[in-house]
Design a protein around this ligand. Structure first.
Ligand code: GLV
Length: 326
């Protein structure tokens, strides 16, 4: 008997070779990619999915699936898979109520994201972009004992907000810099030593309440999911409690930091440097953030290595396929 066709639609173009690779073992599979590499949302999104009537929808973090979109999906849709670890753009309860399975791409992006975190930590603490600009603008006139002095990482304290997979990978890299590691999670991790084999008990990451972490860390780096509890976790009071020369990095989601308060804090001279990969109103970046030489801005590319993005795309499609009996 001819197998029934199985349709998976993808909101963005993905490499044809990857679709071919996945389809090879699933001849009944049709993968349809939207040709535009731009977000699709609201009515347009609903119309497109209703026209395609797929079994699965592969999306990105820029497409929003709140309750009022989920409720208008065709009956055919049984799974949504996002090419991301964060699922804050999908209303999980609404999907549960409709019996739609939701998948994301944890693990495969951990190292790429942790590596880029360190690029931003170094940029924020060692004034890398300022230095580049000085050279590119022909303003480097020779070595000076006081030129672009930054912050020493060796021996400093890094405060990691969200000690999940990515936070832990950032912590492992921090040991290489001989840093003291503190962390904040909703709850302290019971068996922290099992996450860090080979690390001496006295060097294991220490739990701190968020207020203490903000006040005591030399480097603060954010890796928690966005939810009601983490919205504006770094509010005005906490930002103003940070050390004057702290470096702050946000790799989580923009709204974890109150961006207006951050700008105020920067204007008041706080922070040695700030590195942002995410923004409150993404992809719009508050123009005021662009006025500070000590703020390094990246366009949400934490996981953007060739190897990792292929793994993410492959995983997001395969997760849907695994819900279907061969
Ligand atoms: C990126 O921010 C992701 O959630 O994968």
């Amino acid at each position: 008997m001819k197998p029934e066709r199985l349709k998976i639609i993808v909101t963005r173009p993905i490499p044809g070779e990857l679709c071919d690779e996945i389809s090879r073992n699933r001849p009944e599979l049709d993968i349809v990619c939207r040709p535009q590499d731009a977000p699709i949302n609201g009515d347009e999104l609903i119309e497109w999915i209703n026209a395609e009537k797929p079994y699965g929808v592969v999306i990105t973090l820029a497409e929003k699936f709140p309750d009022n979109i989920i409720s208008k999906l065709p009956e055919s849709v049984k799974a949504i898979s996002t090419i991301a670890v964060g699922k804050d753009n999908i209303d999980q309860n609404a999907c549960d109520n409709r019996g739609i399975k939701v998948f994301n791409t944890p693990d495969v992006l951990t190292n790429a994201t942790a590596d880029l975190t360190w690029a931003l930590i170094l940029a924020a603490s060692r004034r890398i972009v300022e230095g580049h600009k000085m050279c590119a603008d022909d303003k480097f006139v020779g070595w000076s004992p006081t030129l672009l002095m930054g912050k020493e990482l060796t021996g400093a304290t890094i405060g990691i907000v969200g000690m999940g997979r990515i936070g832990s990978a950032v912590a492992k890299r921090a040991f290489g810099f001989n840093m003291k590691v503190a962390y904040f999670n909703r709850n302290p991790i019971q068996d922290i030593s099992s996450k860090f084999p080979g690390i001496d008990h006295s060097s294991l990451p220490k739990y701190m309440a968020i207020d203490d972490l903000c006040a005591q860390s030399d480097v603060i780096t954010l890796h928690c999911p966005l939810n009601d509890a983490s919205f504006h976790l770094l509010n005005e009071a906490r930002l103003n409690s940070c050390r004057h020369d702290a470096a702050l990095v946000n790799m989580a989601r923009g709204p974890v930091v109150d961006e207006t308060a951050l700008i105020k804090s920067l204007k008041a001279g706080r922070f040695m440097g700030v590195g942002l990969d995410v923004y409150e109103n993404e992809p719009n970046i508050n123009p005021e953030l662009k006025n500070f030489d000590r703020v390094t801005l990246l366009p949400h590319i934490g996981s953007a290595t060739i190897e990792t993005r292929w793994k993410m795309m492959r995983l997001s499609i395969n997760a849907i396929l695994e819900t279907v009996n061969k």
